[in-house]
Structure formats: C-alpha cells, structure tokens
Design a binder for this molecule. Structure first.
Ligand code: SF4
Ligand code: SF4
Length: 172
C-alpha cells in the first residue's frame, strides 16, 4: 500500500504539539539561534514533505528556506525534532542522537551530556524514526542522514571535540 505522505506528516507534526527539547523554553539559552533564518539557509525537508516556505534544492536535497519567521503550526519536521535526529543503527533500529550537524548553532548539542531533556520529546523523536522507517523512501532518507551524521561525529572526534553521546533506547 502506498504511503499517504500528507497524512503521515500531519501525524508526525502533531507529536510535537506543546512538546519541545526541554521542559522550559530552550530559546532563552541562545536567543533562538536555530530560528535566525537569513533567507538563504534552510531546514532539510523529509521525502515528500510539503511546505509553504520557499524551497531550495541543494545536492539533491530540498531545503525549506526561512527568514527567521514562519507559521509555527506549519513548521517543517526538521524544525520540530531539532536538535535530535532518529538515526538507524546497523540492525535498522532507531537510535536518537543529538545531531552533530547542529553543533555550531545549538548549545544543547554541545552540552547534550548535561542537559535535562524532556523524555517526552526524546520519545516523540523516536516515534518519528519508528514511523518513517516503515516507508522505503523515508527509510532511505534516514539511512543517508545517519551516514552523514556518523561522518560528522567521526570528524568532530578527530578534532577532539567531545562527541555527543546522548542516545535513547531504540524501538525494534
Ligand atoms: S538552537 Fe538549540 S537551544 Fe537554541 S532554540 Fe534552537 S533547539 Fe533550542
Ligand atoms: S521554519 Fe520556523 S521553526 Fe523552522 S527554523 Fe525557520 S523560523 Fe524556525
């Protein structure tokens, strides 16, 4: 049966209604660093994810470009799960990691070992991975992102930076 992507993303978006990385507003730590759009850079869109924001293609990927403002109710999935990502391990199990690609922007990535994340948020990011991996296109997307994240982590480790070890139990 083919995936109804609109329905899938509607469900995934709802997981983050009122649920954010910390129980308090993490934006006060960094003055909302991840939402200081410059109209050039953007957030990665997942396969077949729609957005009303302008879309830019880059290396075969689609980015939702924002100028730092958006209709929060319609923000892309990447914005909702940031700064975590549901990677897939070698057995295809979901592993939640603080996304090292956001390290330059987000203090929570740099201090993921110390921050007290809201377990509901981590659970929802895990649920995103568990739902997306059932769809072949989304699974391929997660696999490619996992490879990129692992490369970024390995590179960071080589330059000594403490690698982010925050992981959560996986789903089967
Ligand atoms: S950059 Fe990190 S700490 Fe700052 S608002 Fe975004 S998720 Fe929260
Ligand atoms: S789309 Fe919205 S939530 Fe996402 S980075 Fe831009 S302003 Fe922030």
């Amino acid at each position: 049966m083919s995936t109804d992507y609109d329905d899938l993303y509607r469900k995934l978006y709802r997981l983050f209604d009122g649920v954010t990385p910390l129980k308090t507003d993490c934006g006060v730590l960094c003055k909302g660093a991840c939402c200081r759009g410059d109209g050039e850079t953007g957030m990665l869109l997942f396969p077949f994810e729609k957005t009303s924001l302008p879309v830019r293609e880059e290396n075969g990927r689609r980015l939702a470009v924002c100028d730092g403002t958006c209709d929060r109710r319609a923000r892309p999935l990447s914005c909702r799960i940031f700064p975590f990502f549901p990677t897939l391990d070698e057995n295809g199990r979901v592993r939640i990691v603080a996304d090292p690609r956001g390290r330059g922007v987000c203090p929570l990535v740099r201090h993921s070992g110390e921050a007290l994340f809201d377990p509901r948020f981590l659970g929802r990011v895990r649920a995103v991975g568990c739902l997306l991996k059932k769809d072949p296109a989304c699974r391929a997307f997660l696999t490619a992102a996992t490879a990129e994240i692992n490369e970024t982590k390995a590179l960071a480790a080589r330059f000594d930076t403490r690698s982010d070890k925050k992981e959560e139990k996986s789903c089967i």
